[in-house]
Design a protein around this ligand. Structure first.
Ligand code: EPU
Length: 419
């Protein structure tokens, strides 16, 4: 079995370069098949989820050409199958982006019901509500979801919950609907803005992305021709920011959008860390034990759920008792059992966890329970005394490229080994 073996204790010092955002790359890749012209996507992260999506795109007839590790050329003019199925694609959440993209372009799509990390009930009622409002019929049978319309018509859609996935799916389908669609209570995450920018470079007419009202004037078709570079990964950058604080290190995080990380910066300053923000870099350092904090995860621009576990590691060794309320996913505290094996004192119940800060963590054998939990356990291993082994690396590979190499360059003693 593969594992990360970490000998902890080194503070992390140096520079790290942030890659393209997984959660922006996934919808951008799906949207790239909405035109019959060739599209060039740059700064694409080479992670398992994007590779699975690309394979699924190729599987339905999309021409996918790898120009280099982070650049891909896509042409969706020869798509011959509107059904996306298969064991790999079933495992990723983003498979549902084929619904919005294919429904928009071909007015029909059948996609295997989405999987993803086991972090809570992952409803898709808001996606369905959006497709229906645009005039589609939606049916679920035999583990597959089919959306179909004779033609799509713009609509006024008020989302009952702020959903990244539903906002993205509706935006894609509405880009090629007739007339204007308004999405109210839309998600505002940086990847929503990135997808809207991408669609607009292809000739879509989308305004307001990044606010909670997005207006989409449908166009007849989308074009290609231009290249598009995926936005830097807010969550990867935040992971290294919190690793700097946890290890009492000093890391300069290059190629990030500092605005996207303001809520993390504010919390780091609150608990006694230091942050210097440059134009496209953040330097984060900490020379003392962090102090306690109260965190509530919220949709952007609130504290991201995808950094909750990494923050949990910081609070596990903070001075005092901290509380985290997870308001997005109900099963995102599974990592706290693993941290407790390392000497942390965390009690979690439902969507809340209480962290009695301890002086030190100690190496142990632990299991990554989801993608971000895996990143958090790496940080925990780096700051712990002694040796930590982390299993279930598949979760981590889904969304972090070369994570061990990046941590090694910062001074961590981490190896990926076969047991
Ligand atoms: N929800 C509904 N109905 C819906 C859709 C969502 O009730 O139709 C609920 C969910 O159950 C959840 C909340 O709304 O409680 C937010 O879900 P959202 O749709 O925003 O999440 P998602 O699109 O499935 C994306 C990211 C997640 C990230 C969340 C929140 C991708 C591929 N996934 O998921 O990323 O946690 O937004 O920011 O973009 C990760 O990268 O580790 C990850 C889990």
């Amino acid at each position: 079995m593969e594992q990360y073996a970490i000998n902890g204790g080194n503070p992390l010092v140096g520079e790290v370069e942030i890659g393209g955002a997984k959660n922006a790359a996934l919808p951008i890749l799906a949207a790239s098949l909405m035109t019959d012209e060739t599209v060039l996507i740059e700064n694409m992260p080479d992670v398992r989820d994007t590779n699975i999506l690309l394979d699924a795109m190729a599987g339905i007839g999309t021409h996918v050409e790898r120009v280099d590790r982070h650049t891909v050329k896509i042409n969706g003019s020869l798509i011959h199958d509107l059904t996306v199925n298969g064991d790999s694609v079933k495992k990723i959440r983003a498979s549902y982006y084929f619904l919005g993209a294919l429904l928009g372009k071909y007015k029909k799509a059948t996609v295997v019901l989405p999987g993803g990390c086991d972090i809570g009930c992952r409803a898709i009622d808001q996606h369905i509500k959006g497709f229906k409002a645009l005039g589609a019929t939606v049916e679920i049978a035999h583990g597959m979801i089919t959306a179909e319309a004779s033609h799509l018509c713009g609509a006024h859609i008020y989302l009952d919950v702020v959903s990244v996935g539903a906002t993205i799916n509706i935006m894609m389908a509405a880009a090629l609907a007739e007339g204007r669609t308004t999405i109210e209570n839309a998600a505002k995450e940086p990847h929503i803005v990135d997808l809207a920018n991408f669609l607009n470079t292809m000739g879509a007419d989308i305004r307001g992305a990044g606010t909670d009202v997005i207006k989409i004037n449908g166009v007849e078709k989308l074009t290609g021709g231009k290249s598009y570079s995926v936005v830097p990964d807010q969550i990867e950058a935040g992971t290294f920011m919190l690793a700097a604080v946890a290890s009492r290190g000093d890391i300069t995080i290059r190629n990030c959008i500092t605005k996207h990380l303001e809520c993390v910066t504010a919390k780091i300053l609150e608990i006694g860390g230091n942050v210097e923000a440059g134009e496209d870099f953040l330097r984060v350092w900490c020379d003392k034990r962090p102090s306690k904090a109260t965190i509530k995860t919220l949709p952007y621009p609130g504290f991201p759920t995808d950094l909750q576990a990494q923050m949990g590691v910081v609070l596990s060794i903070a001075d005092g008792t901290s509380i985290i309320n997870e308001s997005i996913w109900e099963s995102r505290f599974q990592y706290t059992n693993e941290l407790n094996k390392m000497g942390a004192q965390i009690t979690s119940q439902g969507k809340s966890a209480i962290f009695e800060g301890v002086e030190k963590l100690y190496g142990a054998s632990v299991y990554s329970t989801d993608l971000r939990a895996g990143a958090a356990l790496i940080i925990a291993g780096i700051i712990a005394e002694g040796r930590t082994e982390i299993y279930n690396l598949g979760h981590i590979d889904r969304g972090y490229e070369n994570i061990e190499e990046k941590f090694r360059k910062l001074g961590a003693n981490i190896e990926r080994v076969q047991e």
